[in-house]
Design a protein around this ligand. Sequence first.
Ligand SMILES: Cc1ncc(COP(=O)(O)O)c(C=O)c1O
Length: 417
Amino acid sequence: MSLNEWPAYKRIAVDVVSATGSELTTRDGRTVLDLYGGHCVNTLGAGDAELGRVLSRQWRDWSFATNLLDHGPRREFLQAFERLMPAGDWCVFVTNSGAEANENALKAALAITGRRRVVAFSGAFHGRTGGAASVSDTKRPAYPSMPFESLRLPWNDLAAAERTIDASVGAVILEPIQSLAGVQEPAPGFLETLRRRCDAGGALLIFDEVQTGNGRLGTYWASQRFGVMPDLFTTAKGAAGGYPIGLTVARAALASSTPEGLMGTTFGGGPLALAMASAVARRISAPGFLEHVRAVGADFRACCVRGPVAQVRGEGLLLGLVLKPGHKAAVVRDALLAQGVLVGTCDDPSVLRLSPALNLPSDAPARLAAALDAVAAETEKASAAAVPTPPVAATPALGSSASPRPAGKPAALGAGS
Ligand SMILES: Cc1ncc(COP(=O)(O)O)c(C=O)c1O
């Protein structure tokens, strides 16, 4: 008999034994600055003291409740989360993950419009369940058939959006910034075009804010950053600071027009998740919090175009470091890890991703800059060592015992060279 883990992931070679805030401690006693933040999940870093207290208090008070019963954490969550809402009236449905949040948004949009066609975009990632996978890019294996008709348009192609989004389309779903695709921002006018085409044809616009939401871009939502409002939006990852949660948010008029029985969940909206999400919402809406996100994000942009990095793109603390030609993201990530900084990769092998805790220390950009310089110095040293040396004279100099080095073999580096 044996039991092994499903071989789903290619693991990064680091063994973490504990973490506090944005600092990881490895088994061999090293400290690593975490700029990946558990792919946007650790909004307040690791081991946040307040979140710890909230979780244990809620466990003690009432650990689980069916959605058929009312409870304090639900009322508290609605109050705390309401502070983050864009203008207007909204309803929220709580589940456990980003994929579920998107499933519910798609299902609701198709039920409301009575249509079965969804427009999505190349490069998109919306999750691995049936509906969510159907609107994600085809580069990942998914189900053999799709539960509804899905049209995938090229990202940022305004003309394709103009042509395709008509009265046959029930929903248009997108990440306002495509994260896994390499932190791809929307082109000027792209979101506005989608909004206009949806309004003209009666399709519902869904923003997947699983990564971009909860303060990540320096605004509560990407919609506020870009000034384009969706009809529904989803979030997950960082919304409860590490506790599993998924949120589907819709204009109140739309939510109240969905048929009874369409939505439902056992674990979603349990008191533990809601207590954690309330605490996170209160923290990110505290004075100065989003200013910190914007300021540290600006510092990363200002000081990290160096060494292997040619360009920084993205917003707030969802950033893509675009590498110079010839550099591979996985190789640079490993080299940065050796320098004590953890960053992420993505579907684009020439882009590294930063999605750190939003309350990370202000010196994080300087620490990444120093690590990038060290990686560049190492690379330079290694390529100098790899330069083939001119052939050595066949006859050794008189008095020398050195034997000629075989052609092509790199010279060994002496100390200090
Ligand atoms: C933009 C986006 N949407 C949806 C998902 C799916 O979320 P989950 O893994 O919680 O189901 C992810 C996960 O990475 C994501 O990045």
